[in-house]
Design a protein around this ligand. Structure first.
Ligand code: TXA
Ligand code: MG
Length: 354
């Protein structure tokens, strides 16, 4: 499964709003030839292969060093492709597609029998998303095949929101990176299961309230409710999004959390450890001088926070932090998705501050 495979990785810079057709043609050719192309989407970078080519899809798992058991989203540019991939599509899917596509919403539907099971790890479902990024849309249109793409990071690393992050994790393992600048949402799509009662399997770029404005009975999967989220099975929870540093996640009133974090940074310094803090731009900080701080902009609600989150974690990690201190930003709107990613990075452990 983790067989090493060396490829020379070409990087092509493209205009995020108006990518040059020749660059898109080149990337589409690589996809059609069964190769691997990392491309920007509005959420995070995806690592794409032809979704109808089981061999190409298998090579994604090798490049990411991702164990099997984690199914892959098929990306499309037109609703007509949905009908090629899925069966018995419920009305709710069309209503949601109308409201949120192209955009950060992934729908789980029943899989059409001719679609390779490897995408869905043998399950009889398929995940489908129509991304909004002009580069992703142009690539999908030109390749004229659905593209299977997980986030373009190595397994267990934070998702990549720039081409530099992709290269950090995957240089020499994939054929091409389309560099279209930073992803603007910065956190992955919401995953909504429509094969039964509508259920959010992963909170993301489209908030629960927004989903409920179209399909009122959408529920959160039970693992997001209360205590159960901490007892989730390891395979689903642990070692996702984890930086090399240990991520410490604090929950409680922000003043009390900042005070406790400052104390813990003093202890870290005494122990000769390097601490890094994820703080909001508006936080007033009183940390020891050698603490590294990455500011997440909170002047426009939580959008700036989600946008900067993975890049900030990678930066602190690259600077050699032994520990990264993060905190809860509430659960409303994008807060739920941010909390989900931080909780996974912290491997499910929360430090409660009263
Ligand atoms: O924003 C995104 O969704 C990004 C961009 C590249 O589109 N992609 C992404 O892919 O985050 P990935 O592989 O890192 O996460 C896909 C999520 C996983 O939580 C996976 O379990 C879920 O979608 N998923 C995929 N296929 C599924 C299926 N058939 N049933 C249930 N969950 C599925
Ligand atoms: Mg991922």
């Amino acid at each position: 499964m983790n067989r090493t495979e060396t490829r020379s990785t070409e990087v092509i810079s493209v205009d995020a709003h108006a990518p040059a057709p020749a660059s898109i043609d080149r990337a589409a050719e690589v996809i059609r030839d069964g190769g691997l192309v990392a491309f920007p989407t509005e959420t995070v970078y995806g690592l794409g292969a032809n979704a109808l080519d089981a061999t190409a899809i298998r090579s994604i798992y090798r490049a990411k060093q991702r164990p099997s058991g984690d199914p892959i989203i098929a990306h499309i540019y037109a609703i007509a492709q949905l009908e090629q991939l899925a069966l018995a599509i419920p009305d709710a899917a069309y209503a949601l597609a109308e409201a949120f596509w192209p955009g950060p919403l992934t729908l789980i539907l029943s899989r059409a029998p001719e679609i390779p099971g490897v995408l869905a790890e043998g399950m009889d479902t398929i995940a489908v998303r129509m991304p909004a990024h002009p580069v992703a849309a142009a690539l999908l249109r030109t390749a004229n095949t659905p593209i299977g793409a997980p986030s373009a990071n190595r397994f267990t690393r934070p998702s990549a929101t720039t081409a530099a992050h992709v290269l950090e994790d995957l240089a020499g393992r994939i054929d091409l990176v389309l560099d279209g600048g930073a992803s603007n949402i910065g956190i992955e799509s919401s995953v909504l299961d429509l094969t039964g009662e509508p259920k959010v399997l992963r909170p993301g770029g489209i908030t629960l309230d927004a989903l409920r404005s179209v399909v009122p009975d959408v529920k959160m999967a039970s693992r997001f409710l209360g205590e159960q989220e901490l007892s989730i099975s390891p395979g689903q929870m642990l070692k996702h999004y984890s930086p090399r540093a240990q991520l410490l996640l604090y929950q409680g009133p922000s003043d009390a959390v900042l005070e406790r974090q400052a104390e813990d940074c003093v202890s870290a310094e005494t122990a000769g450890q390097l601490a890094g803090v994820l703080a909001l731009t508006s936080d007033k900080l009183d940390f020891p001088a050698n603490t590294l701080v990455e500011r997440l902009p909170d002047d426009v609600g939580l959008e700036g926070v989600s946008n900067a989150l993975f890049a900030a974690i990678r930066t602190l990690d690259t600077q050699g932090c032994d520990m990264i201190l993060a905190r809860d930003y509430g659960r409303s709107g994008l807060g739920e998705a941010i909390w989900d990613r931080l909780l996974r990075a912290a491997e499910g452990k929360v430090i409660d501050v009263l």
